[in-house]
Write a protein that binds this ligand. Sequence first.
Ligand SMILES: *[C@@H]1O[C@H](CO)[C@@H](O)[C@H](O)[C@H]1NC(C)=O
Ligand SMILES: *[C@@H]1O[C@H](CO)[C@@H](O)[C@H](O)[C@H]1NC(C)=O
Ligand SMILES: *[C@@H]1O[C@H](CO)[C@@H](O)[C@H](O)[C@H]1NC(C)=O
Ligand SMILES: *[C@@H]1O[C@H](CO)[C@@H](O)[C@H](O)[C@H]1NC(C)=O
Length: 414
Amino acid sequence: MEAALWPWLHLLTLMCIFISGTLAFDTVRGTKPSITNDTLRDDPVGRLKVYVYELPTRYNKEVVERDERCLAHMFAAEIFLHEFLLSSPVRTLKPEEADWFFTPVYTTCDLTKNGLPLPFKSPRMMRSAIHYISTQWPYWNRTEGADHFFIVPHDFGACFHYKEEKAIERGILRVLRRSTLVQTFGQSYHVCMQQGSIVVPPYAPTKRIMEHLIPPSTPRSIFAYFRGLFYDVGNDPEGGYYARGARASIWENFKNNPLFDLSTEHPATYYEDMQRAIFCLCPLGWAPWSPRLVEAVVFGCIPVIIADDIVLPFADVIPWIEIGVFLAEDDVPKLDTILASLSATEVLKKQKALANVSIKQAMLFPQPSLPNDGFHQILNGLARKLPHHPSIYLQEGTRVLNWTAGPPADLQPW
Ligand SMILES: *[C@@H]1O[C@H](CO)[C@@H](O)[C@H](O)[C@H]1NC(C)=O
Ligand SMILES: *[C@@H]1O[C@H](CO)[C@@H](O)[C@H](O)[C@H]1NC(C)=O
Ligand SMILES: *[C@@H]1O[C@H](CO)[C@@H](O)[C@H](O)[C@H]1NC(C)=O
Ligand SMILES: *[C@@H]1O[C@H](CO)[C@@H](O)[C@H](O)[C@H]1NC(C)=O
């Protein structure tokens, strides 16, 4: 236990001092720590039992063995959640006593030469895995998946397409519509986000992040920082549509503004630079979310979230409003005025809220897992959904899901 805690304590000491000396002006002092119940510190053990289906290795192990890059990309949580659950004390080997069932299928581990995950085969793979569990065990048919959860970390989750218009056209894969989806995609009023989903942070490599921490006394000399694409002409000849035009607008309005440090180049000092910045821009890309959000929080750089209707990770327990700055996509041209008009007190208040260690821990999926990390938050989220409503249990022989609906290509065998 103590050994496992150590890395977090280390993180804690490093992060806690972040707020001091981060800005040129005075830090908040003399405020009493408020006594609150920190839901992020809930221990899931004893609150739920999870049964992990054993699938043929072609659904998981073999997929990642074929392409080890899957272990490091931003969708890797699907692999690590599986590994975490296998050794978690919430795991039960007796399916009759399980509250939740987990199907370990790595649907996003299908990368192009350039490392882009294209989920064109994912629907078939997912359907195949569900068909497998529904014939080998009686539990799927009992609820048609309503007490099952899946991790679908692709851009638009279980809509399985990286372009929003196509994702919307497809909708959530039919066979998953009664299940709880653990996904990085979060946006209100969107067909790819069904009720009861658990929004999680994308995977960012904890070890690398920890290796790049700089002395917390380093001044934050960069006002607003962003590295990434402004146009994605490779995928979209019109470019402007990418990020619904928000990133193009950031570039066009602020490329010559000395307060803004913007570039498409990812420097070797990327992580260090974020620790030297006050604001880190987190605009939408193909999807509303990106790993920048995780990096900004961990590095104490106030995330400036530009993605209309975004639902942020674990938003039911993390006060994103206090930590971040939210800007409507249409307001990008006013970004400089909006950020510059925040008072020093407001900025310090956000930095103080950002220094919260529980929140930083919740953003990461370290290996091995550590208390309060993203894995634990997923379990806590599942535990909060218990007990299941009795109506999820179907009468014997009743079928609700339509297995033959959906795009014909999805219905092909995998
Ligand atoms: C913390 O939780 C306990 C038990 O749920 C409750 O009695 C107490 O009032 C809570 N304290 C605060 C400060 O919310
Ligand atoms: C950290 O954030 C959580 C979630 O909002 C909150 O419950 C907790 O009190 C905070 N901790 C500190 C030290 O402010
Ligand atoms: C579940 O239902 C399907 C179709 O209704 C059926 O083919 C399958 O055998 C059932 N599974 C079990 C374990 O009985
Ligand atoms: C399932 O969906 C297909 C395609 O939309 C449709 O032809 C079929 O009638 C549906 N079956 C049921 C039982 O609703």
